[in-house]
Ligand binder design. Structure first.
Ligand code: IPM
Ligand code: MG
Length: 369
């Protein structure tokens, strides 16, 4: 497309973040050359890396960089074992990740789970439950619900404490995420399953009503409501019934990890967190769903594919570069087909495959672009 400079804030974070980010940047640089784009990729610390550098999980300079960027490519943050004296409000999960979601109004979280045919063995479900393949898009509301509702506190009471979290949703918050989910379903297999707890929660009743109302604008999409406990069960019993799965924040947190396991490995799952489009541009935050994986960090063992596919989502959703996004996705598919496997997706009984490290996987994908 144009020679416009696309500004990317690359925040690698902790654990395996730096290693997988390195490979994603390698792939982006390859795409940049091939398609004649101009990327300005600026790296900055976040998470424990931010605390180590300047004493804050989200350093002011990092936030300022994000604000002058067109998109954030994020690694992962949070090392549960580190420094328990740092209060929870200042730890990376809340002070960096949740803060960024809130700060940029990233209410729509898209987590596409697909099980590549070549990796059927990595899926924990029996073959006959995998049908013709698993292909689910989890659409998770990301800035509301019990994660952010007030009051949120722990107070002393006689004999101990009382912890309070508040689940709260407005009609408008449900409407805007429902539109995102219906639009996604319209461009896929035209089925939307909305998970809620309408049999117990006030929030669930409102959620179901509002999603039903929004659905009237999308007559071509089949809408189904499912209680969230049943949805958790159906995901393992008959995952092929799902196309788009819409959830509020916490239910989406839980179900997206469950769905991710069906895709063979958390190391394969990218995600996009989007805000409202302004002047046709959608600011977005792109991160692998897998987390910091401290046990394998720094050992050239992590699978960089989720980070690389997150970069592809960034090209598509924030920059409108669908061809380049597809070039990355196809390169990943070809690399898997060619038998390249990081440890998480390696099965020694599979013929024609070889185990590689993080760097070799990144290089192989870049070479396929
Ligand atoms: C996720 C993560 C985060 C969440 C944590 C790290 C705060 O689990 O993105 O799914 O709960 O949203
Ligand atoms: Mg989670």
């Amino acid at each position: 497309m144009s020679s416009k400079i696309l500004r990317i804030a690359a925040l690698a974070g902790d654990g395996i973040g730096p290693e997988v980010m390195h490979e994603a940047i390698k792939v982006l640089r390859t795409v940049e050359k091939k398609f004649h784009f101009a990327f300005e990729i600026s790296e900055a610390p976040v998470g424990w890396a931010g605390i180590d550098a300047v004493g804050k999980a989200l350093p002011d300079a990092t936030l300022a960089l994000c604000k002058r960027s067109d998109a954030i490519l994020f690694g992962s943050v949070g090392l549960p074992g580190r420094d328990p004296t740092i209060p929870k409000e200042e730890r990376p999960e809340r002070a960096a990740l949740l803060r960024l979601r809130r700060e940029f109004g990233l209410f729509a979280n898209l987590r596409p789970v697909t099980l590549p045919k070549a990796l059927a063995h990595a899926c924990p479900l029996a073959k006959d439950r995998q049908g013709d393949g698993i292909d689910i898009l989890v659409v998770r509301e990301l800035t509301g619900g019990v994660y952010f509702g007030e009051p949120k506190k722990t107070e002393k009471i006689p004999g101990g404490h009382r912890a309070i979290d508040t689940m709260v949703y407005t009609t408008q918050e449900i409407e805007r995420i429902a539109h995102v989910a219906f639009q996604a379903a319209r461009s896929r297999r035209k089925k939307l399953t909305s998970a809620d707890k309408a049999n117990v929660l006030e929030n669930g009743v409102l959620w179901r009503d509002v999603v039903t109302q929004v659905g009237k604008h999308y007559p071509e999409v089949t809408l189904e409501h499912m209680f969230v406990d049943n949805a958790a069960m159906q995901l393992v019993l008959r995952p092929t019934q799902f196309d788009v799965l819409l959830c509020e924040n916490m239910f989406g947190d839980i179900l997206s990890d469950e769905a991710a396991a069906l895709g063979g490995s958390l190391g394969l799952l990218p995600s996009a967190s989007l805000g409202t489009a302004t002047n046709g541009n959608t600011f977005g935050f792109y991160e692998p769903a897998g987390g910091t994986a401290p046990d394998i960090a720094g050992k050239n063992l992590a699978n960089p594919i989720a980070q690389i596919l997150s970069a592809a989502l960034m090209l598509r959703h924030s920059f409108g570069l669908n061809d380049a996004a597809m070039a990355i996705e196809k390169a990943v598919a070809r690399t898997i087909d060619a038998g390249c496997r990081t440890g998480d997706i390696f099965n020694p009984n599979e013929p024609g495959v070889h185990q590689v490290g993080t760097r070799e996987m990144g290089e192989a994908i870049a070479a396929e672009i």
